[in-house]
Design a protein around this ligand. Structure first.
Ligand code: ADE
Length: 349
């Protein structure tokens, strides 16, 4: 058994973490964000839904319906909220579920919104229940009821709001309550990007960063980006540094591979944490099935990190399976890690 599982706690706030980090909000990274739907690569059905809804709202001179985006981190939920605000000509206000810990916080934000403005609430599944209930009339009737004082002195006042659009984002749509879910008119899932779309995103970002990258280099970087544009953009910067210092600025398959090996990202885009997760299931739990809590305890990682960040991509590329009795490693996982599956029979479905 490798010590790797227990002793190398991964730093998940590195270039390979799909979750948003301060580095993503630096100016050169923000400049890579598409500002219009016509510049947006991939997620074709989501883009088409938004094109139609935005054009219809313009024709009727009405605000957009409330929109919910769900899916793994790094796939464009925040970028789409910025684009929607641009296309609608409204101001964007950005907040998140955990930041709204009192009703007063939300009231302050809502009463400052103008007609046609966009309120983006990231991690909307983490809004406290009392704040969420306050959001229902705001979304449905564009009004909020605020209660002053307590007991027999309690008075309620209804504040009228301007017609805004709420754009919610969540990595865990299953945790949203039915009343909240039902108040969104548009409900779209963002999935991992195809290899072709990632190549196009790599080439677009490289050109904006004035980095000459050859087609094989772009293909290699796309292969290793976990289907996630946010990771493409972060890795491009690491590759640029590597190429400048070690390879005369040449960005081709060899320099991309060497730079990314150094970052701990392998030929299939798996990170240190992905590999530790797979090794835990295979070596500690004989390939599974094993419950997620047991895997998290062995790895000393948060269950939520594994469920939201690690597992979606491993499921997508068929390295693991989720069964009613727990997680199982697939034959592909054994092969990828170069581990023999002694006497193990795999389900082929
Ligand atoms: N940069 C990050 N995501 C992108 C996307 N979907 N299209 C174009 N550029 C991007």
């Amino acid at each position: 058994m490798t010590n790797d599982i227990l002793t190398h706690r991964s730093d998940i706030s590195n270039a390979l973490s799909p979750t948003s980090l301060p580095v993503d909000r630096e100016l050169d990274m923000l400049s890579l964000r598409p500002g219009k739907l016509t510049e947006y690569i991939g997620q074709r059905e989501v883009v088409e839904t938004l094109n139609i809804a935005i054009e219809a709202a313009h024709l009727r001179e009405e605000p957009l319906d409330h929109i919910l985006f769900h899916g793994p981190p790094g796939l464009g939920k925040t970028t789409l909220a910025h684009i929607i605000a641009n296309e609608m000509g409204g101001q964007l206000t950005v907040t998140s579920g955990p930041a709204l810990d009192k009703r007063g916080d939300l009231l302050g934000i809502l009463t400052h919104l103008q007609a046609g403005d966009i309120l983006f609430v990231d991690e909307i599944h983490r809004i406290p229940k009392v704040v969420e209930e306050f959001l229902y009339p705001a979304m449905e009737d564009f009004a909020v009821d605020f209660v002053f004082d307590k007991g027999i002195h309690a008075r309620s006042h209804r504040f009228r709001l301007k017609r805004f659009t709420l754009v919610g984002a969540t990595t865990r749509v299953g945790l949203l309550s039915a009343p909240l879910r039902d108040r969104f008119g548009i409900f779209r899932n963002l999935d991992f990007y195809s290899k072709d779309d990632l190549v196009k995103i790599t080439e677009r970002s490289a050109s904006l960063l004035e980095m000459p990258i050859d087609p094989d280099g772009a293909a290699e970087l796309s292969m290793r980006s976990r289907g996630t544009p946010r990771i493409v953009n972060r890795l491009l910067k690491r590759v640029r540094d590597f190429a400048q210092v070690r390879a005369d600025g040449q960005i081709n398959r060899e320099t991309v591979a060497a730079a990314l090996d150094l970052e701990g990202v392998d030929s299939q885009g798996l990170t240190v944490l992905d590999r530790r997760y797979l090794r835990t299931i295979i070596e500690f739990y004989q390939g599974g099935p094993v419950g997620i809590e047991a895997v998290a305890a062995t790895l000393q990682e948060e269950t939520d990190t594994l469920v939201d960040v690690v597992e979606p991509y491993l499921l997508k590329i068929g390295m693991i399976m989720r069964t009613s009795s727990g997680r199982k490693a697939s034959e592909a996982a054994y092969r990828h890690l170069g581990i023999k599956a002694q006497g193990r029979l795999f389900d082929r479905g």
